[in-house]
Design a protein around this ligand. Structure first.
Ligand code: MSP
Length: 527
């Protein structure tokens, strides 16, 4: 089922200094929704996630916990980051760790090439460094501390004191690339999205770029600089390369060429690394730049970016233990405009769960199957003549699928779900108007009842297909209950872009029982 299109999507690789919170899970789910959508469209899809394990931040955390950074990273990956993928039902194709040999070795290959080609030189550096960001901070992002840090310079993001570093470093000639980057943003407006992010990046590069310090010599937790092992590679330079070392860069050219370039989903706080430094690195190495870098917003709690260090972190399982992974995925993808910040609250989650998933979609599915069971012994009837109301359902379904796909192309994930939800609303409204329970009372209306129930069941078939990337568990249950495995094949094998073609459900199919897809929840548990 290959469409010949190749689609490679990545999440940022996560720092292993702490366990995941729902902000991290948010990026994971978005990338997974895209990957599942493309996979189900027949695109040659590859999705990558992983962990960022080097650098001073991890070293200090490990030391503070009385262990080595490698042991610390192994523990966090095993106990927190890999289990996260199951908690929120991620279907990633690969998981890269920056301590993998395939990564470390090829970071050195990349660096050596840049060195040999004259893009790296050695110099002295002095600047204010934020270990939280793992970055030298420009003046514009340095603010005066308050409270316990009064009188000190602190990072605008972390509100923690900056450290003055003075050392001999290797530098990457990033300043050479300002104009080429501006040309890239100009010629390919899709490269950085959304528009607000693009403008910010252009603004930044227009001021001119400095060369970038890409090595550290005051500690040794990192990839050794190949020509000078008293230095380790700067953690961001190392981390960004995961996107290519994971798909064969330096060791498997055929795989690399078939996958790269990909597209990156990142939080807006790390957009500049991906939209400025990363393409400059690739240009220097003579490699293609990514197709696209999409910067999403932050999850806010109490109006502030949710974060563990500010003690507002919520672990993903706190939500999934009560609501399940499908609800987690649906809620964050539908309730927040992808690309903008969004506030999380338990009340909103509970309310949407009940209104949209339980009453809107779940109920629609269970009562449709219950009516087919009651009135037709579970056998899907053949439709008779279609009326205008039935044809309208068909139009809504076809448009919803087309609009959802167009929204996915723009990475407007919330818009894609809003398009799909027009079908849920249309079908619920249709049932209310057609009153199949009233039709069932009179044998003379049998043909009409056939058409109405076929229409709803076929609408549900389409819904299962287009909702499967977002709520894979519930739609799999629905698919089984619809009894279509034999006639249509597995749910994940249904070509998503043609899900709106009417009439795929074969009359005569026997449906089964369906447990509540989204059972009622005692909200007191969740608050
Ligand atoms: N290790 C770097 C990324 C290297 S990529 C080559 C990093 N890691 S991180 O663990 O700090 O953050 C990973 C991602 O989580 C970022 O995209 C960041 O924006 C996202 N989030 C962290 N807190 C968040 C929210 N409160 N809301 C949404 N996303 C947030 O940066």
């Amino acid at each position: 089922m290959s469409s010949g299109r190749s689609f490679y999507v990545t999440t940022p690789i996560f720092y292993v200094n702490d366990a995941p919170h729902i902000g991290h899970a948010y990026t994971e789910v978005a990338a997974d929704m895209l990957a599942r959508w493309h996979r189900q469209s027949g695109d040659d899809t590859w999705s990558l996630t992983g962990t960022d394990e080097h650098g001073e931040k991890i070293l200090r955390t490990a030391t503070a916990n009385g262990t080595t950074p490698q042991e610390w990273a192994d523990k966090l990956v095993r106990e927190s980051w890999i289990p996260l993928l199951e908690t929120i039902d991620i279907s990633n194709d690969d998981f890269i760790r920056t301590t993998d040999e395939r990564h470390e070795k090829n970071v050195q290959v990349f660096l050596q090439k840049l060195y040999d080609d004259g893009f790296i030189y050695s110099g002295e550096y002095s600047g204010l460094y934020c270990v939280g960001c793992e970055e030298f901070k420009p003046e514009s992002e340095v603010v005066d501390g308050t409270g316990e840090f009064a009188g000190q310079k602190v990072c605008a993001i972390h509100s923690k004191p900056l450290e003055r570093l003075e050392e001999k470093n290797y530098f990457f000639r990033m300043s050479d690339f300002s104009q080429r980057l501006l040309d890239l943003y100009e010629q390919n407006p899709e490269f950085v999205q959304p528009e607000s992010a693009r403008n910010e990046v252009i603004q930044f590069v227009r001021q001119g770029l400095n060369d970038l310090s890409i090595s550290r010599s005051s500690f040794d937790w990192g990839v050794k600089v190949p020509w000078d092992d008293s230095h380790v590679v700067y953690v961001w330079f190392d981390a960004l390369l995961n996107y290519i070392t994971a798909v064969g860069y330096g060791q498997d050219d055929a795989t690399f060429e078939s996958r790269w370039p990909g597209m990156h989903l990142v939080g807006k706080d790390i957009l500049r690394f991906h939209a400025v430094i990363w393409p400059a690195m690739l240009m220097a190495a003579g490699l293609p730049v990514p197709h696209r870098v999409f910067g999403h917003g932050w999850l806010l709690v109490g109006g502030e970016k949710m974060s563990k260090s500010k003690l507002t972190g919520i672990a993903p399982h706190e939500i999934t233990d009560t609501f399940g992974s499908d609800a987690f995925r649906y809620y964050f993808m539908s309730a927040i405009h992808f690309g903008q910040d969004g506030s999380f609250s338990w009340e909103d989650l509970s309310a949407r769960y009940q209104a949209e998933l339980a009453n809107g979609f779940g109920n629609l599915a269970s009562r449709t199957l219950a009516m087919i069971t009651r009135y037709y012994d579970g056998v899907v009837p053949a439709p008779a003549e279609y009326t205008e109301a039935d044809l309208n359902v068909q139009r809504v379904v076809a448009e919803a699928v087309a609009n959802a796909d167009a929204a996915i192309e723009k990475i407007a994930l919330h818009e894609s779900l809003a398009a799909i939800w027009t079908v849920v609303e249309e079908l619920n409204g249709y049932i209310t108007v057609q009153e199949p329970w009233a039709l069932a009372k009179d044998e003379a209306n049998r043909e009409r009842l056939n058409t109405v129930l076929y229409t709803v069941a076929e609408g549900l078939r389409a819904l299962a297909v287009v909702l499967s990337p977002t709520i894979p568990k519930a739609t799999t249950k629905l698919w089984t209950a619809l009894g279509v495995e034999d006639s249509l094949g597995a749910l994940t094998a249904q070509p998503i872009r043609s899900a709106g073609v009417w009439g795929q459900l074969v009359p005569g199919t026997t449906v089964g029982a369906l447990e509540a897809l989204f059972p009622r929840i005692e909200t007191t548990n969740a608050e």
